[in-house]
Design a binder for this molecule. Structure first.
Ligand SMILES: C[S@@+](CC[C@H](N)C(=O)[O-])C[C@H]1O[C@@H](n2cnc3c(N)ncnc32)[C@H](O)[C@@H]1O
Length: 272
């Protein structure tokens, strides 16, 4: 486990993922009944972008710092959440901020130091639990939630060659155990072939009602670079197909440099 999210916090991929995460949580909260969010690969929760690993890579300069400088109305909600929370928030801290009294958050983080740091964010918080364990394996035990409503976010580091396969198996299992749950998985777009294979594998598993939102900063041809990223969503909430494209447009306006082949897409991978 070499991946440490602190080096990448606030980069364009984080902005994409977190803006869509906020949309998904707000969509689930249109109904008053409580819900559970499971964050299978949670990270440390808060990141200092001004010093340490994030400052060394400077990835946030092409990410959240740009979005904060050029306020686009479609991203006002996302920007507001980031500004309210101060130290740059990762997915569990964003989710915690949005929880209502009837909701709860469950986090898994396998790296012992990162899990410890994450626990520190939620000390004595009764609505949040942090497990130092494999987020994929946790799917079997933690789903379905008692609330029978919720969101599972898979955000693995993709440092292992078989990450797409493990993710496919975990999504398939999560869908079997929690058929009505909203399941979201972030993925890198380096080049297209592995992404197509991932989508096809889930289709072949018989999963219905599946969409993917994607953003590329350039044509995904050089497999050694993170050219773009996507979020696959199973059981997307109502209005995903109409309300998410303006978010993608705004993200590209804010984060793109006009490189050849940049773009966005909302793909329907399987019908309802
Ligand atoms: C991309 S980062 C997560 C970022 C976080 N979701 C956010 O948006 O702020 C991936 C995290 O997964 C952790 N990790 C790696 N393998 C894991 C596994 N099998 N189960 C749970 N966590 C894992 C890494 O230590 C890392 O902190």
């Amino acid at each position: 486990m070499n991946y440490r999210h602190a080096f990448h916090a606030g980069n364009f991929a984080d902005c994409f993922k977190h803006a869509l995460l906020i949309w998904l949580l707000r969509a689930l909260q249109r109904k008053p009944a409580g819900m559970m969010m499971l964050d299978t690969h949670a990270g440390i929760g808060r990141y200092d972008l001004e010093s340490g690993p994030a400052a060394r890579t400077g990835e946030a300069r092409a990410g959240i710092f740009r979005l904060l400088e050029q306020p686009h109305p479609a991203l006002a909600d996302y920007r507001g959440v980031v500004q309210t929370l101060g130290l740059y928030p990762g997915s569990p801290v964003i989710a915690r901020h949005l929880l209502r009294r009837q909701d709860r958050l469950v986090c898994c983080e396998l790296h012992p130091e990162d899990a410890e740091a994450l626990r520190g964010c939620f000390f004595r918080d009764k609505q949040v639990s942090v497990h130092e364990r494999d987020g994929y394996a946790a799917v079997g035990g933690l789903l379905p939630p008692a609330e029978r409503r919720g969101l599972v976010l898979f955000d693995p580091p993709y440092e292992a060659a078989d990450e797409f396969y493990r993710l496919t198996d975990a999504l398939t299992l999560a869908h079997r155990r929690f058929p009505g749950g909203v399941l979201a998985a972030w993925y890198p777009v380096k080049h297209r072939a592995p992404v197509r294979a991932f989508h096809n594998a889930l289709r072949d598993a018989g999963i219905k009602d599946m969409l993917a939102a994607e953003l590329w900063l350039r044509e995904p041809l050089d497999a050694s670079r993170l050219n773009g990223c996507g979020l696959l969503v199973i059981n997307p909430p109502f209005k995903f197909e109409t309300e998410v494209p303006p978010l993608l447009d705004a993200l590209l306006t804010g984060l793109g440099d006009g490189e050849h082949g940049e773009g966005i897409a909302l793909l329907r991978l399987a019908d309802e």
